[in-house]
Design a binder for this molecule. Structure first.
Ligand code: DOR
Length: 425
């Protein structure tokens, strides 16, 4: 296969080049690819960026247990359409991914999917926050990230033990920062809009207390901490301070926290219900500033599919979450005033490093490397149509939104899984 006529962008810089791929591996990168043997698949990259495939640290694939909302297969197809060649599947499935058996099951389901499916294991059994899960057993199967995402680990002593245990095993502990007592009974951010609408809210402090606690615990234990979907100006300021003091913490943000505010909830449309909730315009500005300053390591999706019966109900009954795999890159390109190299760092090689995937994903586009690539047309204009998305669920808050920038092709180990914005299987 040859990807012809694009500009290669990776962590080493950018240059116009064709990319020749043989047997799943990049064989030549340069302007001299010229004539190719008959039968070679040619992907047109004219006017496009050719980059390492994107890596999502935060995908809910819902299998096992919620296949009506998403399956590993459908979620991986949505991921490939969004330019991802690897995703980390969150463990809040039914049952939770809290044992070697369920890890094996999800990895098995991911074999042959449109992107590489890696797994995050639960920190505690059943994500109940009471007893540590068999982290070493899951780490032995290659699991590198552990989280109870969907909930934070409330017990500080247990989180301390998890960080200590994780540091001995060389794995990352990822926290969903939410103090359950302060957030109890809430359906949105607590502020002007929750007061006007009469919807119980959770204050920014529900997130910030746990960010503060976990930074302290990371300092105490030397454990590797990753902070999931940060959403408040206060959280970002704490991460900035912690990094300045040399703490090896990493953090991610998600597109809905740099594109939407809590004012959207005035529609009472449950599509805008999410955890952490949509915040204020000041918080959105802080997320954008943190991305621009390099305080944040990754843009993740928190792709959280929900079936109609869980989402199209009154606001206070609806499940929190939004789908995001097919819109994340375009939202970043459209809404962030950042060079594409920075956006790709945040969506590809930096998350690949956090997840321990750099041998296969996010690495330089160079001879000898596995051909896990995406081809992005940065000027393509399109409008989000929920019915046209590959996810089994339709809960996108961006229906009708005009975006600029689209994934044209995605290549997984040399196989074109997306050609001209169409999934190939
Ligand atoms: O809105 C959310 N939905 N936040 C989470 O942390 C979990 C997710 C889900 O699993 O639906």
């Amino acid at each position: 296969m040859v990807i012809r006529g694009g500009t290669v962008v990776d962590a080493t810089g950018s240059r116009p080049a064709d990319v020749l791929i043989q047997d799943g591996v990049i064989s030549t990168v340069g302007s001299k690819v010229g004539s190719v043997p008959a039968g070679t698949v040619v992907l047109d990259a004219g006017g496009c960026i050719v980059a390492p495939g994107l890596v999502d640290l935060h995908t809910h694939l819902r299998e096992p247990g919620r296949e009506e909302a998403e399956t590993v297969e459908s979620g991986a197809r949505a991921a490939a359409l969004g330019g991802y060649t690897a995703v980390v599947a969150m463990p809040n499935t039914e049952p939770a991914i809290d044992s070697a058996a369920v890890v094996r099951q999800v990895l098995e389901l991911g074999r042959g999917a449109c992107c590489d499916v890696r797994v995050a294991g639960a920190i505690t059994l059943g994500r109940e926050g009471r007893l540590l899960a068999p982290i070493a057993e899951m780490a032995a199967l290659g699991v590198r990230i552990f989280t109870d995402d969907g909930a934070g680990v409330q017990d500080a002593r247990l989180m301390r033990r998890a960080l200590e245990y994780g540091s001995a095993l060389g794995v990352v502990l990822a926290q969903h920062c939410e103090d359950a007592s302060l957030a109890a009974g809430s359906h949105m951010h607590e502020g002007e809009w929750s007061s006007r609408l009469g919807i119980p809210g959770q204050p920014a402090e529900a997130e910030e207390l746990m960010v503060s606690r976990d930074l302290a615990l990371a300092r105490l234990t030397g454990g590797r901490l990753h902070l999931l979907h940060l959403s408040t100006a206060g959280s970002l300021a704490m991460v900035k301070g912690a990094k300045a003091s040399g703490l090896p913490v990493t953090a991610e943000v998600v597109p809905h926290h740099f594109t939407l505010t809590d004012a959207a909830v005035a529609s009472f449309d449950p599509v805008f219900k999410v955890n952490p909730p949509l915040r204020t315009a000041d918080d959105v500005a802080a997320v954008k500033a943190a991305l621009a300053e390099g305080v944040i390591d990754a843009i993740a999706t928190d792709h959280a599919p929900h079936a109609q019966e869980d989402k199209e109900v009154p606001f206070y009954q609806a499940a929190p979450g939004m789908i995001g795999l097919e819109t994340a890159l375009a939202l970043a390109l459209t809404e962030l005033e950042l060079p594409i190299e920075r956006i790709l760092a945040l969506a590809s090689w930096q998350p690949a490093a956090i997840a321990g995937l750099t041998a296969e994903h996010g690495g330089p586009v160079a001879a000898g490397r596995p051909a896990n690539l995406c081809v992005i047309d940065p000027t393509a204009k399109w409008v989000v149509d929920p019915a046209a998305l590959a996810s089994r669920s339709r809960n996108t808050p961006y229906a009708g939104r005009a975006l600029v920038g689209r994934v044209r092709h995605t290549v997984l180990r040399g196989e074109p899984v997306v050609i001209d914005c169409e999934a190939q299987r």
